[in-house]
Design a protein around this ligand. Structure first.
Ligand code: GTP
Ligand code: MG
Length: 137
């Protein structure tokens, strides 16, 4: 479909990159449908990343994602999920292409500035996790 879900992660918020990242998102042709500054509890982060619970980095990921405020947003563009994954770049910034958000703002494979949904199904689940129906414009 034409929607995806993103988070600007605690590392990027701490460093003052909210404006820069939202600017790159807008410049790439995404419309902001929903937007909020919020913070995940440890339980929220465990639930959001439950799919990674067996991975060795799960504890570190949960601690990182709950340590400070994040920006959550629903974005709209044709082919949104795939287009946004292209815009953010590879998980590890060392592998991220020139011109991507992670190339510019990520510091490591863990602290990589932004999240992007990996499927239409997960975009819908993650959007509902963060936004009430009345906030999904
Ligand atoms: P998301 O958009 O955040 O889902 O990233 P992704 O789809 O590019 O990567 P993936 O879903 O495989 O991993 C989710 C998140 O876990 C990553 O974005 C990182 O923040 C973190 N992560 C992945 N691999 C590692 C790792 O090897 N070490 C650490 N510390 N964190 C990792
Ligand atoms: Mg992922």
């Amino acid at each position: 479909t034409n929607r995806t879900f993103t988070m600007i992660k605690p590392d990027a918020v701490e460093k003052g990159h909210i404006g820069g990242i939202l600017g790159m998102i807008a410049d790439a042709g995404f419309k902001i449908v929903s937007l909020k500054l919020t913070q995940l509890t440890v339980a929220d982060a465990q639930a959001f990343y439950a799919v990674h619970s067996a991975r060795p980095f799960y504890g570190e990921l949960v601690e990182f994602m709950s340590r400070g405020p994040i920006v959550a947003a629903i974005l709209e563009k044709e082919n949104a999920v795939e287009e946004f994954r292209t815009l953010i770049g590879a998980t590890n910034p060392a592998d991220a292409a020139e011109g991507t958000i992670r190339k510019k703002y990520a510091t490591s494979i863990g602290e990589n500035a932004v999240h992007g949904s990996d499927s239409d199904e997960n975009a819908a689940i993650e959007s509902t996790f963060h936004f009430a129906v009345r906030e999904q414009f």
